[in-house]
Design a protein around this ligand. Structure first.
Ligand SMILES: [Zn+2]
Length: 327
């Protein structure tokens, strides 16, 4: 695996713009606004967007929605242990650990490259990506390239709908090992039911995207945009490194999951193809990302999924990035 980044994004304004009244008002002042927000009806059609700059690139985090993963889905820990960790982080829900589905749009003033396309309604409360693109004034037909980090339905579901190619003008890049794995009839026949959707969609994607390019290892997709091999979660699980002007961001897809990571590397996720390989990759990646201070984008971390793995008194933890109000 190549070095992540010598110097990740530095600078920007902190988000501490809450004002003195909140800090001076005691606990009730902290709780009251949150409680009234929680009680407010959900505004229909609100689409969260978060943008950061990486040199000449603008990277926009978009989300397709969310799904809750049962506490039993994390091998290496009992359901009770995962729920306890979620409770300690104040994110426990009766239905499990909330996974969001973040996608990232990279723009350099010329090309528009999308990283992953979300489950598009095949899982949970999803299907919002077209609306999120619309909030940027974009149609799917304006996307020049899509990089799919691996062929699980929650990362490529949006590529197809009703037998149609949803990104008709896009080059499509997927690691060759995943293309081979997910289009192998023997693998499909021997797979558990919960992977059936991913196999079915993979066949459709290959059929509907004649411009699919199977990629091998580290490869530059465009100047400043490079594939990083993060095999483990699936055979061809990849990351995407964006780098310009001494700044960089690495989109690592399913390298880490909320609640359980990065505090531990020996806890996995039920969808992992090769548990040992996935764990080995986490063991390599987490400390490396922490030592380099790499700015990371992770699909399932709380929106916008931008942050860093930091070492805090010997424990690794996730630190959300200051993505807003950057100059
Ligand atoms: Zn995923």
């Amino acid at each position: 695996m190549p070095q992540l980044s010598r110097r990740a994004f530095a600078g920007g304004l902190p988000l501490g713009l809450l004002g003195g009244g909140l800090l001076g008002g005691g606990l009730s002042a902290l709780v009251a606004p949150a409680a009234s927000l929680a009680a407010a009806p959900k505004a229909a059609g609100v689409t969260p967007l978060a943008q950061i700059r990486v040199g000449r690139f603008t990277v926009t985090a978009l989300t397709d929605g969310y799904a809750d993963m049962p506490y039993t889905y994390f091998p290496g820990r009992s359901a009770a242990e995962v729920e306890q960790a979620a409770t300690a982080q104040f994110v426990a829900r009766p239905s499990g650990v909330r996974f969001v589905f973040n996608q990232y749009l990279i723009e350099d003033g010329d090309r528009k490259i999308l990283l992953d396309t979300g489950p598009a309604g095949s899982i949970g409360q999803t299907g919002a990506l077209p609306q999120a693109l619309g909030a940027l004034g974009l149609q799917r037909s304006q996307i020049d390239a899509v990089i799919v980090t691996h062929m699980h339905e929650d990362h490529m579901g949006g590529l197809v709908a009703g037998g149609q190619n949803n990104y008709p003008n896009a080059e499509l890049y997927i690691d060759r090992r995943d293309v081979i794995h997910w289009t192998d009839p023997a693998k499909r026949n021997g797979a558990p039911d919960y992977l059936a959707n991913s196999f079915r969609m993979s066949a459709e994607v290959v059929r509907l995207y004649p411009r699919l390019q199977a990629i091998d290892g580290a490869r530059q997709i465009a100047p400043g945009i490079t594939i990083v091999d993060l095999t483990g979660h699936t055979p061809g699980h990849i990351g995407v490194r964006i780098e310009d002007g001494g700044r960089s961001l690495i989109m690592v897809s399913d390298m880490l999951f909320p609640v359980v990571h990065p505090a531990a590397t020996d806890v996995g996720f039920v969808f992992e193809q090769d548990r040992a390989a996935a764990q080995a990759m986490r063991q390599r990646f987490f400390p490396l990302a922490a030592s380099e201070g790499a700015l990371v984008a992770a699909t399932h971390m709380p929106f916008p999924g931008l942050g860093r793995i930091v070492s805090d008194r010997g424990q690794l933890r996730w630190q959300g990035a200051d993505w807003a109000l950057q100059t």
